[in-house]
Design a protein around this ligand. Structure first.
Ligand SMILES: Nc1ncnc2c1ncn2[C@@H]1O[C@H](COP(=O)(O)OP(=O)(O)O)[C@@H](O)[C@H]1O
Ligand SMILES: [Mg+2]
Length: 361
C-alpha cells in the first residue's frame, strides 16, 4: 500500500491553543510512519498556517501553560487541486498533496464546524464529526435542544442572548442556587462560574457574556462526573466509562490544565456492570442524536439516585497521553497508535460514503 499523507492541524486561534499543541505532539508521535507520511501544520494565533518539515514544532513542551509553536514554520496555504487538497508553500510555490486531515484543534474554529467546512470545500477527508454535528455540539444551547428533542435528560437551563433583559433574581427563582453559568460555545471551562448568590449570578452572567453572545445558566447537578469515549461512524462503539474527580470547586480551567493535582481521572470508573452498560448505551444514543461521526467524548453527571444527565459532548477531545479519550480506549482495549489509525480510517470511510451522494441534479 502506498503511504497516505496525513496533515495534522494544531494550535489554532482558540483559548485551547496550548492544549492542542500538547495533543498534537502525542498524535504525531503515535502515527505509524510505515503507513503514513505526516505534514505537521501549526496554526498560529494570527491564523497563519505554518508547516514544520523537520525539527520540533513546539517549544516548552514540558510546561502545558507555556507550550507554544516554535519559530521556523514555513507559511503554507490550502488549495483545492485535482479534486483534492494540497498545501502550497507560499515562498517556493511547492505543492504537497494531502490525503486526510486530522484537526487536532480544540474550541472555536477547530471544534465548531469552521475547519470542517473549510476542509469539505477542499474535498479532503477529515477526522471526526462533520460540519453540522461539530457546530451543534459546540453550541451548548443547540446541543441541549437536540437532546431535549430526543428525550435525552440534561440539566435544566435558561439561555440569555446579549442584549436580552435578564433578572438574576428571577433566574435564580427558576433554577435555584448555586447555578452554573457558561458561555454557549467555549471549552476548557473558560468563562464558566458556579454562582452561589444573586450578586454572584449577575456577575457570572456578565463574565460569560464577554466570551459569547449566548450564555447558559444551568441548575447545579450534584453527582459524579462520568465520561465515555465513542468511536465509529455507522456502528459506533462506546468505551468503558471513566470518572473525573475535580479537586477544585468544579472542573475548572486551572483544574484541567494548570494544577497538576487539580483533578483525578479514573479509567475505568468504579461502576457496577449494569450501570456501565446503561451509560454506554446512553452515550451511543447521544452520539447518534447529535449526528456525530468518527469520535466524540460524551460527558455525564451521575446523580446519587443513579439517574444520568448529559453535560456535554466534545467532538475533538484532548489527545494528550493523560487525556480521558485515549485513556478510556486504552482501558477498553484500543491502544493509542491503533486509535489514531482507526480515526484516520474512519475519516476515509466517511468520505467515501459521502462521495456516493450526488451534489448535482
Ligand atoms: N450544571 C452543572 N452542575 C454541576 N457542575 C457543573 C454544571 N455545569 C458545569 N459544571 C462543572 O463545570 C465544568 C465545566 O463545564 P462544562 O459545561 O463541561 O464546560 P466546558 O465545555 O468548558 O468543559 C464541568 O466539568 C463541571 O465540573
Ligand atoms: Mg466539559
Amino acid at each position: 500500500m502506498p503511504k497516505q499523507t496525513v496533515c495534522i492541524l494544531c494550535g489554532g486561534r482558540s483559548s485551547e491553543h496550548e492544549v492542542s499543541l500538547q495533543s498534537a505532539l502525542n498524535v504525531t508521535a503515535a502515527l505509524d510512519r510505515e503507513a503514513y507520511k505526516v505534514l505537521l501544520v501549526g496554526i498560529a494565533r494570527d491564523g497563519g498556517w505554518q508547516l514544520y518539515r523537520d525539527g520540533p514544532f513546539a517549544i516548552h513542551t514540558d510546561d502545558p501553560a507555556r507550550t507554544a509553536l516554535a519559530d521556523g514554520g514555513e507559511l503554507v496555504v490550502p488549495l483545492a487541486l485535482d479534486g483534492g487538497m494540497c498545501l502550497m508553500a507560499v515562498a517556493s510555490g511547492e505543492r504537497l498533496p494531502v490525503d486526510v486531515v486530522f484537526p487536532v484543534l480544540h474550541g472555536t474554529f477547530g471544534e465548531d464546524g469552521a475547519v470542517q467546512g473549510l476542509l469539505r470545500m477542499f474535498h479532503v477527508p477529515c477526522v471526526g464529526c462533520d460540519v453540522a454535528s461539530s457546530a451543534n455540539c459546540m453550541d451548548k444551547d443547540l446541543a441541549k435542544r437536540l437532546m431535549d428533542a430526543a428525550e435525552i435528560p440534561n440539566a435544566r437551563f435558561v439561555m440569555i442572548r446579549s442584549g436580552d433583559d435578564w433578572d438574576a433574581d428571577e433566574i435564580a427563582g427558576r433554577l435555584g442556587l448555586p447555578a452554573f453559568v457558561k458561555p454557549a460555545s467555549q471549552g476548557s471551562s473558560v468563562g464558566v462560574s458556579k454562582a452561589k448568590s444573586i450578586p454572584e449570578l449577575a456577575e457570572a452572567i456578565r463574565l460569560a457574556m464577554r466570551y459569547d453572545t449566548k450564555v447558559l445558566v444551568e441548575e447545579a447537578v450534584a453527582g459524579r462526573e462520568i465520561e465515555v469515549a465513542v468511536l465509529g461512524n455507522h456502528e459506533p462503539r462506546a468505551s468503558l466509562p471513566g470518572e473525573v474527580i475535580p479537586k477544585h470547586e468544579f472542573y475548572s480551567y486551572d483544574a484541567k490544565y494548570l494544577d497538576e493535582d487539580g483533578a483525578v481521572l479514573i479509567a475505568p470508573a468504579e461502576l457496577d456492570p449494569v450501570l456501565t452498560a446503561c451509560i454506554q448505551a446512553e452515550a451511543l444514543r447521544v452520539f447518534r442524536a447529535l449526528g456525530c461521526s468518527g469520535m466524540a467524548r460524551v460527558d455525564f453527571f451521575l446523580k446519587t439516585d443513579s439517574t444520568l444527565l448529559v453535560n456535554e459532548l466534545n467532538t475533538i477531545p484532548g489527545f494528550t497521553r493523560i487525556s480521558m479519550y485515549p485513556k478510556l480506549w486504552e482501558a477498553s482495549g484500543i491502544r493509542y497508535p491503533m486509535l489514531v489509525d482507526r480515526l484516520l480510517q474512519l475519516a476515509l470511510e466517511q468520505y467515501a460514503d459521502r462521495q456516493q451522494n450526488r451534489t448535482t441534479r
